[in-house]
Write a protein that binds this ligand. Structure first.
Ligand code: NDP
Length: 250
């Protein structure tokens, strides 16, 4: 894809996310606690996560390896952050999660596979071949973006780790999460993920990065709302002051 085509594709990608956002408030993606009771055509969720998330790491990595220009420090840092997140998500997270044999609908896995392949290509190709170069590493937007990514990553990791502790090895039940940012919101892992990708988009200063940040909000803001409603309906003693995603606000 040429630079112009890639930019047009990224704007369209962001536009689709904006259309999808309100739809996901009405139709929650059916995995995890929102899986239908007797789903057809499933695979174990642990395998599903590996299949869904590995294209992000692989496609982005291939773009970097086949880059058509010498790579400066800023693109290398952006690639390192991306790979940190996705190597963890695809190859470490699935083995840390508890209850990984819970069935996941295959179509969810395949649609996420297409999503992460395309998103990995848009962002990887931009960073490798067209995006920021040498001088950008000293721009404040780069430093602030990297710092936001680091904060978001830490919040996401910590919040997911607190969830894992709620279960035994092959347990699939749910408890009220406590500790860390769970004091304030039902889904601090989603909040961390959103901060991460907004930070990465700022550091990358690209339409492709922006489109992925918008997609992350479109996927996770409605899902946080669904989780929050589910917690309230399931646990009569669920903390009333806890919000869904943003402390004190939403
Ligand atoms: P959830 O918070 O729904 O679940 C995370 C893990 O914790 C799952 O294994 C889940 O089990 C378990 N869990 C959740 N709540 C409880 C509880 N109350 N008691 C016991 N166990 C619990 O996150 P998702 O599965 O939706 O997402 C996983 C990660 O992927 C998150 O870090 C998220 O930020 C990221 N993500 C990113 C997206 C993006 O667009 N960038 C899109 C979707 C996810 P179970 O599966 O059985 O419910």
């Amino acid at each position: 894809m040429s630079r112009e085509m890639l930019e047009i594709a990224a704007w369209c990608w962001a536009g689709i996310a904006i259309v999808v956002l309100p739809i996901l408030f009405v139709k929650t993606a059916p995995y995890g606690r929102h899986t239908p009771t007797a789903p057809r055509f499933t695979l174990p969720s642990r395998i599903g996560w590996i299949v869904m998330e590995s294209p992000s790491a692989i496609v982005f990595g291939v773009c970097m390896i086949t880059a058509q220009r010498p790579l400066a420090i800023a693109p290398l840092v952006l690639a390192a952050l991306w790979e940190l997140h996705y190597l963890n998500r695809a190859f470490v997270y699935p083995f840390r999660m508890r209850g990984g044999n819970r069935p996941m609908p295959i179509y969810i896995c395949l649609s996420a596979f297409s999503f992460t392949s395309f998103n990995g290509y848009l962002n990887g190709r931009w960073v490798a071949d067209f995006g920021v170069n040498a001088g950008w590493a000293s721009d404040p937007r780069f430093a602030i973006g990297v710092a936001l990514f680091a904060i978001g990553f830490a919040v996401n990791q910590h919040a997911d780790a607190l969830l894992f502790r709620l279960r035994g090895r092959s347990d699939t039940g749910y408890k009220i999460p406590t500790g860390g940012l769970y004091r304030y919101v039902s889904c601090p892992n989603y909040l961390g993920e959103i901060v991460e990708w907004c930070g990465w988009a700022l550091a990358a200063w690209s339409v492709a990065g922006l489109a992925f940040a918008v997609w992350t909000i479109a996927n996770l803001a409605p899902r946080a709302w669904s989780h929050h409603r589910w917690y309230r309906a399931t646990f009569p003693d669920y903390p009333a002051e806890r919000r869904a995603l943003v402390p004190g606000i939403y």
